[in-house]
Design a protein around this ligand. Structure first.
Ligand code: PAF
Length: 281
């Protein structure tokens, strides 16, 4: 696996592959890799001849009071993991390479960016849309793969890729979970042993609410009970527990179409998110 840090080197290598008629996949990450990321590399290998991963902790998607400075950085370990997963090229640029002096452009996606994490993290999806647009323009892959754990992010990326005619296939890959069901996330590393115990309630409650909704339970009551259950399990705050249209993310009052159940809850200082598909019977 080759590691490059400049856009020029990245373009040279990917350009040679493209000239040779090879299909290229991109897996953008912020590093601190876990099994969930490695499943994205696996999916990428199934869809392309060459796999490019990027590691860049993108300052523009962190709010002022968020965890940019403490976000886990472990590039040497990540590079080993990517290499053994069969990644061909790692792009790990500096902040200056991505945002040189004079940088002035933003990318903003209406609709799907609003509500859910968009409400609690103002500007977050603009930062994601900007960096992913840049990465897609730099690599010009045939396909790019993102985890469904960040489902709203995935829908934001699908929206702007279509709106801006980027000409890339955007694929979502299923959430990878720990043995107790907790969705894998780089932020799980922040949890103390006690908080990690509490965190296991998130997928349990989410699964229970999804089952109730699919069984025809009244939505507002099922969601209110789910919120109470999370607080009783030890979560400090539930930012949202909501059902939305699976594609447009429009809020739903009843389960009358293909939908998704979303949760964000805080344990200690860590904010965890998860989601599940819910379908009317
Ligand atoms: O999901 C992530 O890790 C990030 O939001 C992404 C897509 C790599 C953009 O920085």
């Amino acid at each position: 696996m080759t590691i490059v840090r400049t856009v020029a080197d990245l373009r040279e290598m990917v350009g040679a592959w493209r000239k040779a008629g090879l299909r290229v996949a991109l897996v953008p990450t912020m590093g601190a890799l876990h099994q969930g990321h490695l499943s994205l590399i696996e999916a990428a290998k199934a869809h392309a001849d060459r796999v490019v991963a990027s590691i860049f902790v993108n300052p523009k998607q962190f709010g002022v009071n968020e965890d940019l400075s403490r976000y886990p950085r472990q590039e040497a370990r990540d590079a080993e993991l990517l290499k053994s997963a069969g990644c061909d090229l790692l792009f790990a640029p500096t902040v200056e390479e991505m945002y040189p002096a004079g940088f002035a452009t933003s990318v903003s996606v209406a609709g799907v960016s609003e509500g859910l994490c968009g409400a609690a993290r103002p500007g977050h999806f603009d930062g994601v849309a900007l960096i992913v647009t840049k990465l897609l323009n730099m690599v010009r892959p045939d396909v790019a793969i993102f985890g469904e754990k960040d489902y709203q992010q995935l829908q934001v990326i699908r929206r702007f890729a279509e709106d801006l005619n980027i000409g890339v296939e955007i694929l979502g890959a299923p959430i990878v979970r720990e043995a107790d069901g907790l969705a894998m996330s780089s932020r799980n590393a922040y949890l103390s042993a006690e908080e990690r115990g509490i965190a296991g309630a998130l997928p349990r409650v989410l699964g229970r609410v999804a089952e109730q909704l699919e069984g025809g339970a009244e939505m507002a009551a099922a969601l209110a009970q789910g919120t109470r259950d999370l607080l009783a399990a030890g979560f400090k705050q539930v930012d949202y527990l909501e059902v939305r249209d699976a594609r447009t993310l429009e809020p739903l009052q009843a389960l009358d179409r293909e939908a998704r159940l979303f949760v964000a809850a805080r344990v200690g200082t860590t904010r965890l998110i998860d989601n599940l598909p819910v379908r009317p019977r």
